[in-house]
Design a protein around this ligand. Structure first.
Ligand code: ATR
Length: 269
């Protein structure tokens, strides 16, 4: 029987997930269909239940349902529980199993792009939204001496820091706090197409620091341009998008897809 898969969210306008999964479905000859499924908030729960009845094998979850799906899951893995959000569900015997592949996607991309597997020093994370939770969780799994969260609304940073044993400081001090930083990550929406710019001066960053922007539209954000001009290594967000999709595809199909430049290029169109 053809496996039905989807990405759910509201609104879904810009989701790149169908391009990614349909590329792999075709490439590996999997008997599956993957499509976007926009679900209005007032029908969320009933729509999920009807997906079970319709025989869906699984789905990805994007804004604004990554937390709302949790009470509907019969089981969560440790990562989803620690992050407090689910981005991938597998349905077996009518029951939802929830996981979160965002942290893996984030750190795998960092490792692939830098060629490093061992990290030291201080990581600074800008932002304290849902994306930041996955990023801080991933960084805490590595060997950084310190993970510091800076967010306009300090209270949101404090909550993540408490949950994940990280530190926080004032958003206003972001420029000076870069002086002894080894990794700077932007998880805010600032710098994204259609959003305000990220106001940061990277001149204090050490020369060997890595700058990572999880925004991929545009691929080269102003933050990354500034860092590159200064001679710092940069990591763009597109690889995180691909790397968070790989374990989801494997969970549903048993196939671990390759990373291909062609797919990466297709996503950047
Ligand atoms: P997501 O779940 O995708 O990370 P989010 O929860 O809306 O999205 O978080 C967006 C992040 O961008 C937050 O850290 C937000 O800061 P606040 O917590 O203070 O809202 C940050 N952000 C958005 N607009 C901002 C701005 N103009 N200046 C500074 N930070 C901003």
């Amino acid at each position: 029987m053809t496996m039905k898969l989807a990405v759910i969210g509201y609104p879904l306008g810009q989701s790149k997930s169908p391009v990614i999964y349909n590329h792999w479905i075709e490439k590996y000859g999997v008997d599956a269909v993957y499509g976007p499924l926009e679900i209005a908030p007032d029908t969320f729960e009933s729509r999920i239940r009807s997906m079970i009845d319709e025989g869906y094998g699984g789905f990805n979850i994007t804004i604004p349902y990554k937390e709302k799906i949790i009470p509907l899951c019969a089981e969560l893995d440790d990562t989803a529980r620690a992050i407090g959000a689910v981005n991938t569900v597998k349905i077996t015997d009518g029951k939802l199993f929830g996981t979160n592949t965002d942290a893996y996607g984030f750190i795998q991309n960092l490792k692939e792009e830098t060629g490093k597997t061992d990290f030291k020093g201080k990581a600074v994370v800008l932002g304290a939204g849902g994306a930041a939770r996955a990023v801080v969780y991933a960084l805490k799994q590595e060997n950084f001496d310190e993970v510091l969260i800076l967010n306009r609304t300090r209270e949101r940073a404090d909550i993540i820091a408490r949950d994940m044993d990280a530190g926080t400081d004032e958003w206003e001090k972001r420029n000076e706090l870069l002086a002894d930083t080894t990794l700077l990550v932007n998880t805010t929406s600032l710098g994204m197409t259609g959003q305000p710019p990220l106001d940061i001066d990277v001149s204090a960053l050490p020369a060997d620091a890595v700058v990572y922007d999880i925004v991929y539209k545009p691929l080269m954000t102003d933050l990354l341009k500034d860092a590159k001009n200064k001679g710092n290594q940069i990591v763009t967000g597109i690889g995180m998008l691909l790397n968070q999709a790989r374990p989801a595809f494997e969970l549903w199909t048993g196939i671990a897809p390759d990373m291909e430049p062609a797919l990466r290029d297709e996503l950047l169109k």
